[in-house]
Design a protein around this ligand. Sequence first.
Ligand SMILES: Nc1nc2c(c(=O)[nH]1)N[C@H]1C(S)=C(S)[C@@H](COP(=O)(O)O)O[C@H]1N2
Ligand SMILES: [Mo]
Length: 354
Amino acid sequence: MKFTSTAHHEKATSRIGLWLGIAFLVCFVTGLVSHAIQHPPSWFFWPSRPVNLYRVTQGLHVVSGVAAIPLLLAKLWSVYPKLFERPLIKSLPHALERGSILVLSGAAFFELVTGILNVGQNYLWSFYFPDAHYAVAWVAVGSILVHIGVKLPIIRRALQRDPLPDASRRAFLRTTWLASGAAVVATAGVTVPFLRDVSVLAWRSNKAPQGVPVNRTAVAAGVVRDPSWTLDVAGKRFTLAELTAMRQTTADLPIACVEGWSQSASWTGVPVVDLLAAAGAGPGVSVKVHSMEQNGLYRTSVLPGAHTRDPLTLLALRCNGEVLDLDHGYPCRIIAPNRPGVLQTKWVNRLEVL
Ligand SMILES: Nc1nc2c(c(=O)[nH]1)N[C@H]1C(S)=C(S)[C@@H](COP(=O)(O)O)O[C@H]1N2
Ligand SMILES: [Mo]
């Protein structure tokens, strides 16, 4: 078989590969950060400031993943004639290279597809998404490194020679950049406020209670309003009236969901540091937050010392000037700066000092 299309050229392939590599690197690093915050190893430290840092890293994760999809398709398109090359295996490095491409394409495809479905909240699978997405990320990165190692001489040569000489090759690359840019613009509005109206595929909107999207509703979580509710802080009980009578703090803080959307809101409530002091616990302790929710993966979270010390870590009673909607965690929820949304526990009834 003979392929003449200019897309099938090492120069175009290397250019796209370079951008794909950058997109994957950004995606991988931001994914690692997110994973470490949710499953912190003992050496890991994540600060509580700047308040929007996690929002930015998670936004980069989604944007680089979305940008990678057209790049991956273009890359596969530009190299597929290689699949028809014979003999199938020429030498050990060649076999390694072939094998790594197979693993690489499979892993990259898996990551992008599961990522996109996760962002769309379409869980079509029975495995637990974060574990699989995390494990396969290492496979993808490992095979990328092998691939780059094996191809380094070609990559060098291809990226060094003079600018792309031929018009149709340039057009192929331009189409790839455009597709990638369009994919980003169409989706980035879920997390970049000024793109919200431009992003036709942005799957979250402002049609939500108090202008903030809801991830898990009270009905889904099996939570109802309970007039006898009290909050237990290190063994000391607080009624809602007592909480409302304490000094309140109002702050603009984002919810940055690991599922890709993020949104800022104005939250009002009692700083956790004040509550701990009122219950006789020192600042800087780790606190386990418990929810009224009976089942569900996200019914508890742990606030590390950096967060319990920060006066912006709130037990929020109000959102955007109104009493917290039941779907946003009434009677109270945690809103802490620079954290994944999944750790912003709703329907809180107990703060346990660890
Ligand atoms: N108790 C409880 N709190 C929870 C959750 C949950 O399932 N149960 N979901 C979390 C997730 S994944 C996110 S992104 C935020 C979303 O908050 P919102 O629904 O008020 O926007 O709540 C978090 N708090
Ligand atoms: Mo979330």
